[in-house]
Write a protein that binds this ligand. Structure first.
Ligand code: NI
Ligand code: MN
Length: 225
């Protein structure tokens, strides 16, 4: 299985049988992504919330590859109202798909579509495939229930926002990492726009000082997981 980082909060999981799962594919208007939407395909698109930097190019990608969207109920309804396939879920609920298990968690943030439609609660997401669990925190401030998420899930890869202003900053993200206690933590949601400038190597040094394994992924980098 592979994990690719486009930049911002956009990731791709490619399964051993070559299924493509995109999370928050914000590519074309994303100044830091080396990959644009016409270069990716998707069998599934998981959305944490509806903000433009997360919904991103989902619909453009869906027009050519017809993926199944996975999102909280209100956002999934919005996706369906635009003519795309969606599986409605909600926070706290898990579902087994043919590639693996998806569970939505809370996230403290907002969620409205670029055209002003209410999109339900924002979320984080746990994706478990072949015994490996990736926790994409979405956009969120620090919350103590991350400790519970860490206790109840053996998290292999924790994707955590560090850019501050809209989400956790570096110090809160280090505390979040202590709560979740992952095998590896990967910072995200930084340096896309000047207001979220943050040094991932500062996060790396601070989280490593607490004993964590940190992987700062390059934009466009893909790793075997
Ligand atoms: Ni957001
Ligand atoms: Mn965001």
């Amino acid at each position: 299985m592979k994990l690719k980082y486009f930049s911002h909060s956009a990731f791709q999981i490619t399964t051993d049988d070559n299924k493509s799962i995109l999370i928050d594919p914000f590519l074309d208007q994303n100044p830091t992504s080396p990959v644009k939407s016409d270069e990716v395909t998707a069998d599934y698109i998981i959305l944490t919330h509806a903000h433009g930097d997360h919904l991103g190019d989902s619909f453009k990608i869906a027009e050519k590859t017809s993926p199944l969207f996975i999102a909280v109920n209100e956002l999934a309804d919005y996706v369906a109202s635009n003519g795309f396939k969606a599986h409605n879920m909600h926070i706290g609920g898990a579902h087994d798909f043919d590639f693996g298990r998806v569970k939505f968690t809370i996230a403290h943030h907002g969620s409205i579509t670029p055209d002003g439609k209410y999109a339900g609660e924002p979320a984080g997401v746990l994706v478990t495939i072949n015994g490996k669990t990736i926790y994409h925190a979405g956009d969120t401030g620090l919350f103590y229930d991350m400790k519970l998420i860490g206790e109840m899930n053996d998290v292999d890869y924790f994707l955590v926002p560090i850019g501050d202003n809209f989400t956790m900053g570096i110090d809160d993200a280090v505390k979040a990492t202590e709560f979740v206690n992952p095998k590896t933590v990967i910072p995200m949601h930084y340096n896309t726009f000047s207001v979220i400038n943050a040094d991932p190597n500062e996060f790396k040094a601070k989280a490593e000082a607490k004993g964590f394994n940190v992987k700062v992924m390059e934009y466009g980098e893909e790793i075997e997981i």
